[in-house]
Design a binder for this molecule. Structure first.
Ligand SMILES: Cc1cc2nc3c(=O)[nH]c(=O)nc-3n(C[C@H](O)[C@H](O)[C@H](O)COP(=O)(O)OP(=O)(O)OC[C@H]3O[C@@H](n4cnc5c(N)ncnc54)[C@H](O)[C@@H]3O)c2cc1C
Ligand code: SF4
Length: 322
């Protein structure tokens, strides 16, 4: 492991001044430190953000919810207003990792979690690391993408951002160029030839918070795992809608664990928009959600999983169980 300098900062300005391509912000460290220990990245300095108390807060007002980037997943999971009004987000946080990890893991770090592909985490100089070849495409791809977005078939691994996309959240960013706000879809994008990463944040930028609007609607998050707890999503689904005289309006259906980024199932959304959701319509929506899928050799099972999870999430939502 390459030696690095550890810098504690107490003000946001100090943190911004330290940002550079050879530096990395350190939040909970649950992803960053394993990547360093495994020799996958070798920053020369770590900028410890933990003392930036202003970034560790959950605030609720008339217009919505503000979440500081250093808020832990445990704090999100347990917050009564988040559980009540932004249910999918609390559920997604509660279904992430283990209780110990959720006490450390922050929302900012969770948004930027690196791919969990076993080739990427191993000794393979694969395409996402800057190589020429995706080893998973013709290799072990059981947990990989069923929607083609780039030469890489790794799935975006984090749960809470899938719910944040369904809830129309905005990510608040500060950097050398000032402040900007990005939708979750703008921040979390499939990699490209020029940007081999699952996000679009620049090296000289920090995530400072996330803003989630208040709606009169409900939301719900479901996650299929290969064991009951402490596992990444094989497939997950976040749904959000307002139920108006029995009809679903402003419907969002977002898939996790199936693509390089959380993916809106827009044809399924269009199918149920303005209609009363019953079992038949929910299953049609599940079919619509997988219509454009192109599974790999070992992950066809994700088709049925996605279809059924979408249907179940919609039925749970209208039953008000969410
Ligand atoms: C065994 C295990 C199981 C897991 N299971 C799940 C799961 O089921 N679901 C799930 O969603 N996650 C899961 N995780 C991932 C975990 O949730 C993430 O590692 C965690 O959320 C990252 O947050 P952190 O604060 O520890 O980030 P760090 O590890 O500190 O940082 C992660 C990355 O984000 C950058 N960063 C951190 N904060 C900021 C900021 N404010 N601005 C800019 N850059 C920043 C860091 O430089 C680094 O590149 C699991 C992790 C482990 C180890
Ligand atoms: S899926 Fe992506 S991360 Fe995995 S081997 Fe292929 S290029 Fe690398």
């Amino acid at each position: 492991m390459q030696p690095f300098i550890h810098i504690d900062v107490e003000q946001l300005g100090e943190a911004l001044a330290q940002l550079a391509p050879n530096a990395r912000p350190l939040a909970g460290g649950t992803d960053l430190l394993p990547l360093i220990k495994e020799g996958l990245i070798a920053p020369e300095r770590l900028i410890n953000l933990k003392a930036l108390a202003a970034l560790r807060a959950i605030r609720v007002d008339e217009a919505g919810l503000s979440i500081g980037a250093l808020t832990t997943l445990a704090e999100l999971e347990q917050h009564p207003d988040v559980r009540r009004h932004w249910t999918a987000l609390a559920e997604a946080a509660a279904l992430s990792a283990s209780p110990q990890l959720r006490n450390m893991a922050t929302l900012g770090g969770n948004l930027l979690q690196q791919a969990r592909c076993w080739y990427y985490r191993g000794d393979f100089h694969c395409w996402l690391k800057g190589g020429t070849h995706c080893h998973a495409r013709d290799g072990r791809n059981d947990v990989h993408a069923i929607f083609e977005q780039s030469p890489c078939v790794a799935v975006y691994p984090s749960d809470p951002p899938v719910a944040l996309l369904a809830l129309d959240a905005e990510v608040q960013i500060v950097g050398a160029q000032g402040e900007r706000r990005l939708s979750v879809a703008e921040l979390l994008q499939a990699p490209s030839e020029r940007r081999r990463a699952l996000h679009t944040l620049a090296d000289d930028e920090l995530i400072v918070g996330v803003r989630v609007p208040r709606t009169g609607g409900r939301s719900h998050y479901l996650k299929a795992m290969d064991r009951a707890v402490w596992a990444y999503a094989l497939v997950s689904v976040a749904v959000a809608a307002e139920i108006d005289q029995g009809a679903a309006r402003n419907v969002r259906i977002v898939l996790g664990g199936v693509a390089n980024s959380p993916l809106r199932a827009t044809s399924a959304e269009a199918l149920v928009e303005g209609r009363a959701i019953d079992a038949a319509l929910a299953h049609q929506a599940g079919e619509a959600a997988i219509a454009a899928a192109t599974p790999l050799t070992h992950n066809r099972y994700k088709l049925a999983l996605t279809r059924n999870l979408v249907a179940q999430a919609l039925l749970d939502l209208v039953a008000g169980g969410a």
